[in-house]
Ligand binder design. Sequence first.
Ligand SMILES: Nc1ncnc2c1ncn2[C@@H]1O[C@H](COP(=O)(O)OP(=O)(O)O)[C@@H](O)[C@H]1O
Ligand SMILES: [Mg+2]
Length: 315
Amino acid sequence: MSNDFVMSTSSYRTELTASDDFELDAGEVAAAFCVQAATPLGRGAFGETWRLDLGDGSYTAAKVIMSPTYSRARLDREVEGLRRADSPHVVKLIDTASIDVGGATRAALVFEFVPGGDATTRLTPGAQVDPGDVVRFGSGIMAGLATLHSVDTVHRDIKPANIAVRNGDWGQPVLLDLGLARVLDRESITSYPALMGTVPFMAPEQLRQERARKAADIFAVGVVLHLMLAGTHPFYEGHDTLTFTEAISLINAGPASLPEHVSADLAALVRRFLLPDESERGSARRACRDLAHLEGADSATTSTDREQQGDDHER
Ligand SMILES: Nc1ncnc2c1ncn2[C@@H]1O[C@H](COP(=O)(O)OP(=O)(O)O)[C@@H](O)[C@H]1O
Ligand SMILES: [Mg+2]
């Protein structure tokens, strides 16, 4: 890929795809999963996500993999770590499946359905979220990431569209869109220009097409938290398009200042997550401790986690 590849920096505002772009038919999806109804939720490069209505007032979310080369066996290998990721802040994988739909046998991931919409539905460009809510949100995300990282899974695609806000409560974020992270990684940047919507959240090492490690997730959370606090992107505001080289220069120059009402401690923390050198961003676990301090002294996990230092440069 050429470094002159242009990215759209405002694409984080228009994440959700119109439902009529779906390839599969709702009735067919419902029949394949033996459920009452199926409603489209989102469509990415590798699959279509559908909400399944189980008919008893409960729902699941199923991601149907559209690539015919993606078998259930391959999927099972990919999601090994996720089965062990137990956190209220990581969407629960219920099962993998193999279904006949749209004229082919397709692999699928079935997740718990998190009610309340994803973070894009709660963010308005230019509008700011209360710093207290951002700290609670950040704590939850970092706790989810610490769990994922502890089972050696890197999310690689953290952005508002991939974070559900359970019951609309900023304190209950849930990481979504897991399982394909490994495949999506760098191959997708070159093969799927349609994925450019994710680029505004990419760490400089990802923009340089290196393999994304755990610290790339920390960077992406930093972008999300800055966006929430300021209502604007930390690096790309005022630019419609940028080459990857230009984007990296802007990241190296440092983020825009956060609004005055954001405390110096919180601003310093978000700035650390956004450092160009991945070894300086700290681990998700360390971020949990630091955010817990900002939340006040009411966190029992703070003292426990303090004993588990030494993981700050984990990959
Ligand atoms: N488990 C879930 N609970 C609630 N909403 C979900 C769930 N999974 C996905 N969604 C919604 O569907 C959208 C698309 O799903 P996602 O898994 O991110 O697939 P992709 O980005 O590949 O289309 C998400 O942005 C979110 O709004
Ligand atoms: Mg997604």
